[in-house]
Design a protein around this ligand. Structure first.
Ligand code: HEC
Length: 383
């Protein structure tokens, strides 16, 4: 009787202790003790080196069957697996979880597995999401200050701009983007403006301030081809007349903005992001329709392929009102984006929008944003 009682206590204890030893061993010494040299196929590498924690089916073992607290990711969830570029995951598997601000329970396999084996295990992990309508995370290119992105995303952004010019203007804009399923995204952009204005009939400037024209947007991803490294989306935005017209903070009428965005990755050369569309006025007698087109070229650099990422970019912006005597306005925007934390999901970008037509140095607009890709973690996580 006593022995039975004892064994009901001892067996789970012994199991728990051996599990702790096994998993801390796996977490710390996979780099030395494993002999997986003969494995070639990604599935075999995964089963030998990864499945003890990540589960044979990639869904992640329950905490009850691994001896640590950290929750394991579910690689069968396309909403998660499609977003992460294989190159980032390769570095996590090579150097270990902490390289991207993850738990040290995710071991480093750089010594135990060859680069080819690591690559094939990541390809296998990515294949747990079999549904190809989810655009891959490689298309989540650095956001330019003005040109829109084609990738549907989950993020918060605070954009700040300052135009010192003849009439000073400050603008803060809060943008939230929420992805819905594989290919849809909603957006809300709320600007707050403080600006110097010249009222008619007065020769002294006054200050206007307030919430500007709020925009609501919808984006539909049409194509994301890994073969040609191209992503294309269609978007439409409605600009609401929420800004005060008298203070020149808003335009005072509804506008609709349909546009197309495209991203093209050119291996070893960088990336292009293109956008073209129209701003359609509902009160043509107050403001004309306008066409716009924007192009960004940039390239990302990170030390050894995993450190802080710097992305210098340059944008060329063109716009023309649809009126007979209107001129084309051109701007150039040199800028640089940098990731701030280890997880690399918090970014900062800074640049200047410089007029190329009617150049007046006072009209240069200085711009900066702080961007938080919140799907990848909380604001304070992964530093
Ligand atoms: C000892 C257990 C363990 C083993 C073995 C293991 N992992 Fe992990 N892995 C984890 C844990 C725990 C996490 C989650 C870390 C976190 O969320 O902070 C993780 C996370 C990851 C991630 C990051 C996912 C994300 O959130 O972006 C990748 C990629 C990954 N593992 C790949 C692998 C590969 C490939 C192998 C085999 C070569 C492997 N893991 C073996 C425990 C393990």
């Amino acid at each position: 009787m006593v022995i039975r009682k004892l064994s009901t206590l001892l067996v789970p204890c012994a199991l728990a202790i051996s599990a702790v030893i096994l998993f801390s061993d796996l977490a710390q010494t996979t780099s030395k003790n494993a002999d997986w040299q003969h494995l070639k196929d990604g599935r075999d590498v995964f089963l030998a080196a990864c499945a003890a924690c990540h589960g044979m089916d990639g869904a992640g073992n329950k905490q009850s069957s691994v001896a640590f607290e950290t929750e394991l990711p579910d690689f069968t969830d396309c909403n998660f697996t499609s977003r992460e570029p294989a190159a980032d995951w390769y570095q996590i598997a090579r150097i270990g979880g902490p390289v991207r601000g993850f738990d040290p329970m995710m071991p480093a396999f750089g010594e135990a597995l060859t680069p080819e084996q690591l690559e094939s295990s990541i390809t296998h992990i990515k294949s747990f999401c079999a549904d190809d309508k989810w655009p891959d995370g490689v298309f989540n290119l650095p956001k330019a200050l003005v040109t829109g992105k084609a990738y549907p995303e989950d993020e918060y952004m605070f954009l700040f701009s300052f135009t010192p010019g003849g009439l000073t203007e400050f603008q803060g804009k809060f943008v939230t983007e929420k992805r819905l399923g594989a290919r849809h995204q909603l957006e809300l952009a709320a600007p707050f403006v403080v600006k110097q204005i010249m009222r008619e009939g007065s020769d002294e400037s006054a200050w206007g301030e307030g919430v500007g024209d709020i925009a609501l947007g919808y984006k539909l991803n049409l194509l994301a081809s890994i073969r040609s490294l191209t992503i294309i989306s269609l978007s439409t935005e409605v600009l609401l007349p929420t800004g005060d017209e008298y203070d020149e903070i808003g335009k005072g009428y509804f506008r609709f903005e349909p546009f197309i965005t495209m991203g093209q990755i050119i291996p070893h050369v960088g990336f292009l992001q293109l956008q073209a569309g129209a701003e359609l006025s509902t009160r043509p007698e107050k403001g004309a329709h306008e066409l716009f087109w924007r192009g960004t070229y940039g390239q990302s650099f990170s030390k050894d392929g995993y450190g802080r990422t710097w992305s210098p970019m340059v944008e060329i912006l063109g716009a023309r009102e649809l009126e007979d005597d209107a001129n084309v306005e051109w701007h150039v925007v040199p800028e640089v984006q940098v990731t701030l934390n280890q997880r690399q999901h918090i970014m900062f970008c800074m640049g200047a929008k410089i007029p190329l037509t009617d150049f007046d140095s006072g009209d240069i607009q200085y711009m900066a944003y702080l961007l938080w890709d919140w799907f990848d973690g909380g604001f304070t996580e992964g530093w």
